[in-house]
Design a binder for this molecule. Structure first.
Ligand code: AMP
Length: 498
């Protein structure tokens, strides 16, 4: 099927040809005729499938007739993030070169005044994030009673971000007789409920199961025993060891970790930008532009900020944290290995991540190989530094050569389950894995020297002995070893302190 068979207008077809597209993608060939026939559409498709053009192209065709009125947009597109909204606007610019349409972008983080001016001029296409749209509405600057077509994009992400009450409010302000296009990458029950509520006799169009990951992506798990500094160092080692790294996105689960990791990478000489929801719009756009142009080859990002971003040809994805939702794993690694190119996706796995990991492997229907030994292969004490030494400088290809299931030393690695079981038996603080897996040391069982150790006076033997053992503990998995400092065996002194 060609674009000409879909019923699009000549102006749109010219723009499509100018964009260099020769064939519609499956979501486009399936959805566009229904949109043009004014049917409601339920599109189950993730980004990267061409779904944006699946609604922008027929919208442009339909908008060729009719005129916009001040403060009464003719169509409304709701997006969960500012970046996605900006990307949809770019699509209208690209495909709408032969049209004279007013497109307004109503997103947070930029001034109200410019947005007001655009709305006053009359808007054919209003692209908005829910919060800012409601702000304009509450200020009395906007009427939604003229909306003929409503697009709710990335509905499952709207749900994740807590936007559903806002969406429900907005939909109530839009005429009942509107046409609705509803897109979601996944269809959990809550999204099914919303689709039932918002759509009238919809045409269901489904492409590319969200569980599928491209076969061109080399996926690896990387065992890490620590959090914070140790984990960051593990990541740096991975990046340095990747000779084929052209550019990469590093995903964190939390916004604050995005900022912290970016700073840390910059401090260590890496050219990295941050992208997270707390940054203002200008900073987010600058980060994205730098990454797209290649000036900043590393982008540290949160899921929400990065969702749906159209960044072609990313060579590497690093999951600094295992994502809590398995679908996020698919979305994250979907940034690489596009259009038949080889991509690389590394996921740092700590003790305590096994449940999230199992969910991911069951969603994608395959186990992910370990890079250089699983969690159980980390030594019980100073596992992190040992792991770093082992992998550093090894290429992905090196890892591929039969590393799976063996530890760095070549001995068979215990199964993940045994590692996970071991992790469960280790002390946990606030549900997080321990900072290191060192066995209980004298420093932990004995009173802290400064506060509880008795005054020593001129007796230096105990002090020196203690310091020596503290140093030893760092590399001695057996804790006290053979030499228990004498002062620890003096109960009378501790009692006196009490
Ligand atoms: P989307 O899923 O909308 O984020 O689109 C993903 C990418 O596919 C974007 O870079 C589009 O420019 C591109 N694209 C959309 N439609 C086509 C097409 N028919 N042929 C080739 N590329 C396309």
């Amino acid at each position: 099927m060609s674009f000409a068979d879909l019923g699009l207008s000549d102006k749109v077809l010219q723009a499509v040809t100018a964009a260099g597209y020769t064939q519609p993608t499956p979501i486009q060939s399936q959805a566009i005729p229904h949109v043009l026939a004014r049917r409601d559409v339920l599109g189950i498709a993730q980004t990267g499938t061409g779904k944006t053009a699946a609604f922008t192209l027929p919208m442009l065709t339909m908008l060729e007739t009719g005129r916009a009125r001040a403060r009464m947009p003719r169509t409304l597109i709701l997006e969960p993030t500012r970046e996605l909204a900006a990307q949809v606007e770019e699509n209208f610019e690209r495909y709408g070169t032969n049209h004279k349409l007013n497109v307004a972008l109503i997103i947070g983080g930029v001034s109200f005044a410019d947005q007001d001016a655009k709305l006053t001029r009359g808007t054919d296409v209003l692209i908005a994030t829910p919060g800012r749209l409601l702000d304009h509405f509450e200020r009395g600057k906007l009427l939604l009673t003229g909306v003929e077509l409503l697009v709710i994009d990335e509905a499952d992400r709207m749900l994740d971000m807590g936007f559903i009450p806002d969406i429900e409010r907005i939909v109530k302000m839009v005429p009942f007789t509107r046409q609705t296009l509803f897109f979601s990458a996944t269809m959990p029950p809550e999204i099914e409920r919303l689709a039932d509520m918002f759509l009238h006799n919809p045409q269901r169009v489904e492409v590319a199961r969200p569980a599928s990951t491209a076969t061109t992506i080399v996926q690896r798990l990387v065992a890490t025993g620590g959090e914070g500094h140790e984990k960051r160092e593990r990541l740096r080692g991975l990046i340095r060891g990747e000779g084929e790294l052209k550019n990469g996105i590093i995903f964190c689960n939390r916004k604050r970790d995005v900022a912290q990791l970016q700073k840390s990478l910059a401090k260590h000489g890496f050219n990295a930008a941050a992208l997270h929801g707390d940054m203002d719009q200008r900073a987010r756009m600058a980060a994205l532009d730098g990454f797209r142009s290649g000036d900043t080859p590393l982008l540290v990002a949160s899921d929400v900020a990065a969702r749906g971003l159209d960044i072609p040809a990313v060579s590497h994805v690093f999951n600094f944290d295992v994502p809590h939702h398995p679908e996020d794993y698919v979305h994250r690694i979907g940034r690489t290995g596009r259009a038949g190119r080889e991509g690389h996706a590394f996921t740092l796995v700590s003790r305590g991540d096994d449940r999230s990991l199992q969910a991911i492997e069951s969603l994608i229907g395959q186990p992910i190989p370990w890079f250089d030994g699983d969690l159980a292969s980390l030594p019980a004490s100073d596992g992190e530094s040992d792991g770093r030494t082992r992998h550093r400088g090894r290429s992905v290809d090196g890892a591929r050569r039969g590393r799976r299931g063996t530890s760095g030393e070549g001995r068979p690695a215990p199964s993940r389950r045994s590692g996970a079981e071991r992790a469960r038996s280790e002390p946990m603080e606030n549900g997080a894995p321990p900072r290191d897996a060192a066995p209980v040391s004298p420093a932990q069982v004995s009173p802290a020297p400064s506060r509880q150790r008795p005054e020593r006076g001129p007796d230096e033997r105990g002090g020196r002995g203690r310091r020596r053992h503290e140093e030893d503990d760092a590399g001695t998995p057996m804790g006290l070893g053979e030499h228990v400092p004498a002062f620890l065996l003096r109960p009378a002194l501790v009692k006196k302190r009490k």
